[in-house]
Design a protein around this ligand. Structure first.
Ligand code: SAH
Length: 235
């Protein structure tokens, strides 16, 4: 059965959007993954089809109603992780993406306005996931980010199976610098080692560069990585 993303949103027309093109789009047409959207507004009951109301306790903006959202969630079949895109969530990592890609799929709730009523998060056991420490105007682009990251890992999506293995984060490191033709461009040469044909030297160069970039740019990743090597008894 294809990996399935079920997205709950008040803007179903945003999908598949960019997920309908390129790698993800081809895989969608090929049936490697499937996408369905649920219009949360269809589950409203009043004549204005309202999905939001003013925040209890006052303050700006509107909050998504728990009853309408719960009805929308309950209309989705299948036992998959239920995620809520949220800046308060646990930051999305490649490890979590790999875990999600390895299951049957995901159910994703996209927030809008000031967010969703806390009670529905508890009652429907929604796992809050963030795509970074900044605030978007809605969960849809965050959901697309998560889906895109998962879909490219599904078997048969990326041209070469290996291209996912050596990437940034796969080994707890950022990726080494990449080069392609022309051999000299604006006076800059491709490093000699990469055209030496010596595979061991190429691997050594890439490893050293990946470590250097990670140390320089992401001391947080570097610290976690060395912690892990210590635990597993690696040098
Ligand atoms: N008032 C909220 C922000 C609401 S933004 C707060 O301060 O936490 C509206 C919606 O956009 C959120 O409900 C969420 O679904 C989505 N969103 C915004 N930023 C996000 C992020 N960094 N990661 C994931 N979803 C995000």
């Amino acid at each position: 059965m294809a990996w399935r993303a079920s997205v709950l949103t008040i803007f179903p027309d945003m999908f598949p959007g960019p997920l309908g093109l390129s790698l993800a789009g081809k895989a969608l047409s090929a049936g490697i993954w499937a996408l369905d959207t649920t219009d949360i507004r269809q589950h409203a009951t009043d004549k204005h089809r309202s999905v939001d109301d003013t925040p209890a306790g006052g303050g700006p903006g509107m909050v998504m109603r728990p009853d309408v959202l719960a009805r929308a969630i309950d209309s989705i079949a299948g036992d998959r992780p239920r995620l809520l895109m949220s800046p308060r969530g646990r930051p999305l990592t490649q490890a979590r993406v790999e875990a999600l890609a390895g299951k049957d799929g995901v159910i994703i709730v996209c927030g809008r306005f000031e967010g969703v009523d806390e009670r529905v998060i508890l009652a429907r056991d929604l796992e809050e996931i963030s795509v970074g420490d900044y605030v978007l105007s809605g969960g849809e682009i965050a959901a697309m980010t998560l889906i895109d990251a998962c879909v490219r890992l599904l078997p048969g999506v990326m041209g070469k199976e290996a291209s996912g293995v050596e990437e940034s984060f796969a080994a707890g490191l950022l990726e080494y610098p990449q080069y392609t033709r022309p051999a000299v461009w604006e006076g800059q040469k491709i490093p000699d080692v990469l055209i030496s044909g010596d595979h061991a030297k190429v691997a050594g160069f890439r490893r050293a560069e990946a470590e250097r970039l990670t140390r320089e740019r992401r001391p947080d990743l570097w610290a976690r990585r060395t912690d892990r090597s210590r635990e597993s008894g690696e040098p």
